[in-house]
Write a protein that binds this ligand. Sequence first.
Ligand SMILES: *Cc1c(COP(=O)(O)O)cnc(C)c1O
Length: 451
Amino acid sequence: MDLNRWLGEATQAVQDWSADFGPYEPHLALKVTDEAFAPVFADFTDRLRDNYPFFHPRYAGQMLKPPHPAAVVGYLTAMLINPNNHALDGGPATARMEREAVAQLAAMFGFDTHLGHLTTSGTIANLEALFVARESHPGKGVAYSAEAHYTHGRMCGVLGMEGHAVPADDAGRIDLLALEQVLGTGRVGTVVLTVGTTGLGAIDPVHRALPLCRRYGARVHVDAAYGGFFTLLAGADGPEALAPEPWRAVADCDSVVIDPHKHGLQPYGCGAVVFRDPEVGRFYLHDSPYTYFTSTELHLGEISLECSRAGAAAAALWLTFQLLPPTPQGLGRVLAAGRRAALRWAELIDASDLLTLYQQPELDIVSYFPAVEPAVLSAVDHASARILSDGMTARDAVFVSTLRASADAFARRHPKIDRDTDGARILRSVLMKPESEHHVEQLHTAVERLI
Ligand SMILES: *Cc1c(COP(=O)(O)O)cnc(C)c1O
C-alpha cells in the first residue's frame, strides 16, 4: 500500500467528517504558518536521524520495528479525531473497535469467554493481571520464573505482594520441581508463566505447570507479551511449527497478556490483558464525579486501571486485523518467516567455527557468542560487547544486542568455557521482521567478519 496516498486520504476523510458540523474559525493563538513550521520541521527531522534502522533487516537487535503501514494510517486517521477509549463517550467508534480486536485476541488464545482491553503497554497489562490476582487471592504472593520479565518483581512491589522468583531449567524455562516447592509453602496464590521469555524466547511448559498450580489452588497468569502471537504457529506445518501443548493450555489459564506493539505490527502504546472469567470486572468498580458513562453498555474505563487511553491505538490494531488477522494465514505468516530466519541462523552458527549457539531458538530470538581464546567467560563478555559496538559503526553495519547470562546458566549449557567471572554478556538477535528470512546469510557473514 502507498503510505503517502493513504495519509492524504486520511486527512481528507477526517476533514469531510468535520465539515458535517459546519464551519468555524480556528483561534489565532494556535496559528502557525508554513513559513514558521518549515525550519522547525527540518530541524526536527534532522534530529530524528539519530536513530537505529529498526526497519532494515541489518537491524537484528532488540524487539523493535516500525508498525505496518495499515497501523500507521489507522493510528493517524483516528488521532486526528483523538478519541479517548476510557468511555464510549470518549469515542464510540474506537471503543467498539477495541472490543472487536480484543475479542480476536481472546479467540486466538482459545478463550470461550473473556473480558479484556488494550493497555498502554505489557507492563501495565501485567500490572492489571496481578492486581486482579491480588483481589482474588488476598494475602498471597506471586511466583514467576527467574527468567520472567523484570517488571513482575517490580509490580509485586507496587501492589504490596510478595514475589517469588523460581529458578529456570537448562533451557530457560520455569523449573517445575522448584515451582512445586514454592507452591508447597502455601504463600503463593498466583503463578505467572511466560510463553516466550524476553531474553531467550523460552516457553514455560504451561500444559505441565497448569495442573500443578491447580492442585495448590493457584491462579495462573500467562505473560505472552512477547511470545503471544506465536500461538499461530502451534501445530503448524513446516519447519516453523511449534509444539502445540503449551499454547493450547493457555486457553485454560486465568489471564493472558500480549503486546500488539511487539509482534502485532503496532506502534508503541498497545498492550492487552484478557481475563477468561468476565466476573473479574467487579474488582475494578469505581465511581467518580467526572466520569461520564452515559449508557449502560460496557465502558472500557469500567474494566481498566488506566483512565485515558488512545482510541487511535485501538483503531490501528483493528484496521491491521482487518487485513492481517491474528490467524495462521494472516499474522501467522509474518511470525513464521521470523521463526524460519531464526532456525536458519542457528544452523549457520552451529556450522561456524567463529560463533557458538548459546541455546537452540524456541521462537525468533537467536542467542550466540563468539569463539574466544582463552576460552573463559570474561573473554566471551568482552568480545560480545565489542561486536555489539563495532557492528554499529562498521561500514557494513549490523545491529545486534547483548544479553547477560549468569555463570551458572552459562556453565549448564557450555561447561567447557571456564568461569572466571560471575557472568557474561552474550549476543542476542531478535528476528522479528519477516524480511530477516532473506537476510540471514548476510547477517551471519557480517557478524563473523567482526570477530
Ligand atoms: C516486553 C515484555 C514485557 C513488558 O512489556 P512492555 O510493553 O515493554 O511494557 C513483559 N513481559 C514480557 C515477556 C515481555 O517480553
